[in-house]
Design a protein around this ligand. Structure first.
Ligand code: PEP
Length: 259
């Protein structure tokens, strides 16, 4: 069975001391609970990665970054490389989040280059895809998501596809309080799994983790995570409070136990 992966994207929130306090609270709340069906990941801002890693070192929480540069090193002022992320303790990196596509003009081509660089350095990319509201309303969802997924995997061997995670994040559901219905999410997740099958075969497709993201919170997490092709969540707002993030993690854990 596929494990659930529940990742918190803290975005540009939390100072260093706030990030440390938040992750300490999560560790306290987790104490005594063994997670057997869920991998929990936190993605704080760059400046907090190392300190958060020191705190979660001996826990079940893994560390991820929110972005990375596609080059190895050099004159790219203000940028962070894959090797730097690894040295700070990261195992995961979010790539192609819709906010980066929108505000920083990241294209499918750039996303693909970043994914290749991430896997080359042993990072697991959490690749974000999803349609805009007008694309959903005009019936273009499957076309848009398929283009993004094919673009992400372009030139990647099956063994590299295996290490990726796709987060389906309908852009109209991110930070808006509007969530895709479980049926809408399942429909797109099934398409994504088909695309993974197309590029890497059955075995990898069956094990491949596809997260849902877009206003996931404790009240709707159970219904979304209960869908057969929804294998976790990428959580923004609700990951900034230890109790709501942990409630989503626990919802995934109980569904995992019942499967
Ligand atoms: C996100 O930014 O990836 C996200 C899903 O945000 P939110 O949960 O706040 O909608």
């Amino acid at each position: 069975m596929r494990p659930f992966i529940i990742a918190g994207n803290w975005k540009m929130n939390t100072t260093l001391s706030e990030a440390e306090a938040l992750v300490r609270e999560m560790c306290r709340d987790l104490e005594g609970n063994t997670l057997t069906h869920v991998q929990m990941v936190v993605c704080p801002p760059f400046i907090s990665l190392h300190s958060v890693h020191e705190i979660i070192r001996d826990t079940e929480i893994a560390l991820g970054a929110q972005n990375m540069n596609e080059h190895d090193a050099g004159a790219y002022t203000g940028e962070i490389s894959a090797a730097m992320l690894r040295s700070a303790g990261c195992e995961y990196v979010i790539i192609g989040h819709s906010e980066r596509r929108k505000y920083f003009h990241e294209t499918d081509e750039l996303v693909n280059v970043k994914i290749r660089k991430a896997v080359e350095h042993g990072l697991r990319p959490i690749v974000c895809v999803g349609e805009l509201l007008e694309e959903r309303e005009s019936g273009a969802t499957v076309e848009v998501v398929s283009r993004q997924v094919r673009g992400a995997f372009s030139g990647l061997g099956a063994d590299h596809v295996r290490t990726c995670i796709i987060a389906y994040e309908p852009v109209w559901a991110i930070g808006t309080g509007r969530t895709a219905t479980p049926e809408q999410a399942q429909e797109v997740h099934e398409v994504i799994r088909g695309l993974v099958r197309e590029s890497a075969g059955d075995e990898i497709a069956n094990q491949f983790v596809i997260q849902y993201g877009g206003s996931m919170k404790p009240e709707n997490a159970g219904d979304l995570l209960n869908q057969p092709d929804v294998d976790g969540g990428l959580i923004g707002g609700a990951s900034l409070k230890a109790d709501s993030f942990l409630a989503i993690v626990q919802a995934a854990e109980s569904i995992g136990r019942e499967r």
